[in-house]
Design a protein around this ligand. Structure first.
Ligand SMILES: Cc1ncc(C[n+]2csc(CCOP(=O)(O)OP(=O)(O)O)c2C)c(N)n1
Ligand SMILES: [Mg+2]
Length: 409
C-alpha cells in the first residue's frame, strides 16, 4: 500500500467507505421516494460549533524528479526498467505525433488542432494506472493519453481533419469521445462512475480538464456529486497556466487548484505535471482509492502549455517570451531522459533510436490515413437533422452546383 499523499486529515472523521456494490433492493437511498431505505442518519449532522480555527484538510505537493534527473528515493515508485522505457516511449510518441500534426496543419493538411507540447508527462501519467476495464473521459487536449489508451493515430488524424469517423472511440475501448465544451463532460463522467458503482462494475472513471474548466459550474457540481456518493472516479485538472489567453491567476483567486477539491470533501493532490513519476505516484493513490470504494480524488497536474492554444491562436500577443523560456527548461521528456541516462537505463543512441522508431510509427499512420481519407464535402449538411429541411437542401444543391462549376466533384 502506498503512502497517503492526500494527507491524513483528508479522510478525518469519515466513516468506513460504503461497499462498491449497491443492492437495489436494500441499499441506502436505493429508492429516493422511500425514506425507510435511507438508513440511519449520519452522526455528523450539521456539525457543532466551538470557538477556534478549523483545521483544513491537507493537500500534498508532490515532486519526485529534479530538473537535473535526480530522484527523491523515498518517493520512487520503483518501476522496472522496461516500464520506465515504455513510459519514455509513450511521451516521445506523443511529442512526435504533436509536431507532425502541427506541421500538417501549417501545410493545409490538417484541421484546427490543440497541441500538447510540454504536457506529455501529465498525459501519460494520468492514464498509466487505468486498465481496459476503466473509462477515460477526456477533454480535447488529450491525444497523448488517447494514443496510450489504444486510439490508432490514423483515427486521430481523421478526427482533427474533421472526419466524423475519427470521433468514435476504437471498438471495445472504454473511452468517451473528447469534450470540447469546457467541463461539460464531468457530470456525465460522475454519472458513469455512479452507474458502475450501482451495477457492481469493477472499473473506475478518469476524467481530465483544464484550469479554465475550474470556473465552470458543472465542474463544481461534479465534484460535489462524486464526493457525496463516493463515486469511483478520478479527476485530473491539467493546470497549464492558461485558458486560451486567460492566465490562471486571473480566473482563480487562489493558487492551488487542488485546494478546491478538499472543500468538496474530495482528497486532493498537487503534482508536478512535468515529472512523470510524480504523476504516476499521485495517480496510483487516486486510482487505488477509487477502486477500494473510497470515492473520488482530484489530482492537479501543474504543467505549462508551451505551444499555441490551438492552431488558430497566437500566444505572442498575450504572454512573454521569458516565461516560455523558463518553462522550456522544465521539459518533462528531457527531465525523464536525464534520470534514465543517469541510472543506466538508456543512452543517447538509445534515445535517438526511440525517436526514429516513433517517427516511423507516426509516418506509417499518416500513410494509412492518406490512403483511407476521402473528403465528402456534403457531410457538413448531412448530420444536423434526421430529415433535411427544404432550406438546407437548397443550400446543399447550390453548393453542389458551385463545386461542379469549379470542376470539383
Ligand atoms: C463552455 C465553453 N465555453 C467556452 C469555450 C471556448 N473555449 C475553448 S478552449 C477554452 C479554454 C479552456 O482552457 P482550459 O480549461 O484551461 O484548457 P486548456 O485549453 O488549457 O487545455 C475556451 C474558453 C468552450 N469550448 N466551452
Ligand atoms: Mg489551461
Amino acid at each position: 500500500m502506498s503512502t497517503n499523499l492526500s494527507g491524513p486529515a483528508a479522510d478525518a472523521g469519515r466513516s468506513i467507505a460504503p461497499p462498491r456494490v449497491v443492492d437495489a433492493t436494500a441499499g441506502p437511498g436505493a429508492d429516493p421516494d422511500d425514506i425507510s431505505t435511507l438508513g440511519p442518519r449520519s452522526v455528523r449532522g450539521p456539525g457543532s460549533i466551538v470557538h477556534g480555527e478549523i483545521p483544513s484538510p491537507a493537500v500534498t505537493s508532490l515532486s519526485i524528479l529534479g530538473e537535473d534527473g535526480s530522484i527523491d528515493a523515498s518517493l520512487d515508485p520503483g518501476l522496472p526498467r522496461e516500464e520506465l522505457l515504455r513510459i519514455h516511449r509513450g511521451m516521445v510518441l506523443t511529442r512526435v505525433f504533436d509536431v507532425r500534426m502541427l506541421n500538417m496543419q501549417r501545410q493545409g493538411q490538417m484541421g484546427t488542432f490543440a497541441p500538447g507540447y510540454g504536457q506529455e508527462a501529465t498525459q501519460i501519467g494520468q492514464v498509466y494506472h487505468l486498465t481496459q476495464a476503466d473509462w477515460f473521459v477526456p477533454s480535447y487536449r488529450s491525444f497523448g493519453a488517447q494514443i496510450w489508451r489504444g486510439w490508432e493515430m490514423e483515427r486521430l488524424f481523421k478526427l482533427w481533419a474533421g472526419y466524423f469517423e475519427g470521433f468514435a472511440p476504437p471498438p471495445g475501448l472504454r473511452d468517451m469521445p473528447f469534450s470540447i465544451v469546457i467541463g461539460s463532460h464531468l457530470l456525465p463522467a460522475v454519472g458513469l462512475a455512479m452507474g458502475m458503482q450501482y451495477q457492481g462494475d469493477p472499473g473506475i472513471v478518469m476524467a481530465n480538464f483544464g484550469d479554465g474548466a475550474m470556473s465552470q459550474g458543472a465542474v463544481a457540481e461534479a465534484f460535489n456529486f462524486a464526493a457525496v456518493n463516493k463515486a469511483p472516479c478520478v479527476f485530473c485538472v491539467e493546470n497549464n497556466g492558461y485558458a486560451i489567453s486567460m492566465p490562471v491567476e486571473r480566473q482563480c483567486a487562489h493558487e492551488v487548484l487542488a485546494q478546491r477539491g478538499v472543500g468538496f470533501g474530495v482528497p486532493s493532490i498537487r503534482a508536478d505535471g512535468n515529472d512523470v513519476l510524480a504523476m504516476i505516484v499521485a495517480m496510483r493513490e487516486a486510482t487505488e482509492r477509487a477502486r477500494a470504494g473510497g470515492g473520488p480524488t482530484l489530482v492537479e497536474a501543474v504543467t505549462y502549455r508551451v505551444g499555441v492554444h490551438t492552431t488558430a491562436d497566437d500566444p505572442t500577443v498575450y504572454r512573454h517570451d521569458d516565461e516560455l523560456e523558463e518553462w522550456k527548461t522544465r521539459d518533462p521528456i528531457a527531465r525523464f531522459e536525464h534520470y534514465l541516462k543517469q541510472n543506466g537505463h538508456i543512452d543517447r543512441a538509445g534515445i535517438e533510436a526511440v525517436v526514429a522508431d516513433c517517427e516511423a510509427e507516426v509516418k506509417a499512420a499518416r500513410e494509412r490515413y492518406d490512403a483511407e481519407r476521402k473528403a465528402n464535402p456534403f457531410e457538413v449538411f448531412d448530420y444536423m437533422f434526421e430529415e433535411m429541411p427544404p432550406e438546407l437542401q437548397r443550400q446543399k444543391d447550390d453548393y453542389l452546383a458551385r463545386l461542379e462549376r469549379k470542376g470539383i466533384s
